[in-house]
Write a protein that binds this ligand. Structure first.
Ligand SMILES: C[S@@+](CC[C@H](N)C(=O)[O-])C[C@H]1O[C@@H](n2cnc3c(N)ncnc32)[C@H](O)[C@@H]1O
Ligand code: SF4
Length: 391
């Protein structure tokens, strides 16, 4: 599979310049270049050339390479914007959901995922909203499992869930080849759990987590760390999770959509949290990288893994390997930017060919990085909620 990072860019781009008769590509062959070093026009030429070349040579898989040389091999799909919780950092109390007619059908989701897989995507995560509240969701998971996991065209199909419906679906998920799952859990305190989620029941989520583990699904817990809300629970949560064999990842609240929570008040720097944990525990750096914003440490005393997702204080964009599909078929190339391509319109109006061309447009439009700034956390940098884009 082509990875621009593997190339001697000087020589390669010279060849491109010759082939596509583009005199704008002037690079030295003496040093390895990153695509990011080039002008926008040269980068676009490169992306177009790669796709044109692959089409002409009839390669089945034309990798999705953006104009900064990053290969997209991970797709997150929001299957619904609806949810049975109303977490204070994620949604307003009276969140208005989209009419069902605007949401992609299962057939459309399957077609879009199949096209991404044909273009080299190896990992798909279903999210939302709450993916497990969409009617007949297990039928979609079964279809994706059969067409991609069973055929070996996808390495991983996974979900991010609030866990409320997990107990009744865990066994079937395991049977369909789901090996790992992310479950959101911000507190182990009953009352606080109901306060944060506004309507969730902690016991239900804990049952779901246990059910998943019992059928052999590896569980990673996601905890949004909030100052004055659950910050005192971070260490107890880590000890609790690691004692049971769950990974824990801490997430900094991101400025997405208008919510009631005062984000400036609740903002907790994970750098400080890290240093506080490091006073009591040995945190060893581990090389695990997912191409996303998480960085991981091994906690010597517990033997468990602790992740930190710090979009506000850390720039993770240079290795970004993912794009996000909303439940209405909008493809966002960056969680923190508004650039998007309408895959639903492409598919409905022009079929699979138009969809494929839309993916090429998306690669050219994928921005260099996000625009979250800690000082501006109270004002959303991006007006859509995480439940719309898919967390
Ligand atoms: C939007 S949810 C969707 C999946 C599922 N409902 C869940 O809660 O896991 C995905 C993840 O995004 C996180 N999240 C939601 N809004 C967020 C925000 N504004 N900042 C940071 N994380 C957020 C949630 O905690 C959750 O771990
Ligand atoms: S974080 Fe997940 S569970 Fe909470 S309101 Fe958002 S979508 Fe629902």
């Amino acid at each position: 599979m082509v990875s621009p990072k593997d190339f001697d860019f000087g020589a390669h781009l010279f060849a491109i310049g010759t082939k596509v008769n583009c005199r704008k590509v002037h690079v030295s062959s003496r040093r390895l270049l990153s695509l990011a070093d080039l002008s926008t026009q040269s980068r676009c030429t490169y992306t177009r050339f790669m796709n044109m070349h692959a089409r002409q040579t009839g390669e089945i898989q034309r990798p999705l390479i953006d104009s900064y040389g990053r290969q997209v091999n991970y797709l997150r799909v929001s299957v619904t914007d609806r949810c049975d919780f109303r977490c204070t950092y994620c949604m307003g109390e009276n969140m208005v959901f989209l009419p069902k007619s605007e949401v992609l059908s299962f057939e459309e989701i399957q077609t879009i995922i199949a096209q991404f897989v044909a273009r080299g995507v190896r990992k798909v995560r279903l999210t939302g909203g709450e993916p497990l509240v969409r009617r007949d969701i297990m039928k979609l998971i079964a279809a994706l499992s059969e067409s991609h996991l069973a055929q070996g065209t996808l390495d991983e199909l996974t979900i991010t869930t609030n866990g409320s419906q997990l107990a009744r679906h865990a066994a079937e998920l395991a049977r369909l080849g789901i090996r790992r799952i992310n479950v959101s859990l911000d507190t182990l305190d009953n009352a606080l759990f109901t306060e944060i989620t506004r309507r969730g029941r902690l016991s239900q989520v804990l049952e779901g987590i246990e059910a998943a583990q019992a059928v052999g699904i590896a569980v990673k817990l996601n905890m949004v760390a909030m100052k004055g809300v659950n910050e005192d629970e971070i260490i107890p949560m880590m000890e609790w999770a690691h004692a049971r064999g769950y990974e824990l990842t801490l997430i900094e609240a991101m400025p997405l959509g208008e919510v009631a929570l005062d984000r400036a008040d609740a903002h907790l720097s994970l750098k400080q949290v890290h240093d506080r944990i490091a006073e009591r525990f040995t945190l060893e750096h581990i090389a695990k990288r997912t191409g996303g914003p998480a960085r991981y440490k091994r906690v010597t005393e517990t033997g468990g893994t602790l992740g930190f997702i710090t979009p506000l204080s850390h720039n993770f964009c240079e290795s970004c390997n993912r794009v996000r599909l909303t439940c209405t078929g909008q493809l966002y190339m960056c969680l923190g930017q508004d650039d998007r391509v309408d895959l639903r319109a492409a598919l409905r109006e022009g079929g699979v060919e138009a969809l494929d061309a839309a993916l090429d447009r998306a690669m050219i439009a994928k921005p260099k990085g996000h625009d979250f700034v800690a000082e501006r956390i109270q004002t959303p940098s991006v007006v859509r909620h995480m439940s719309v884009t898919g967390g």
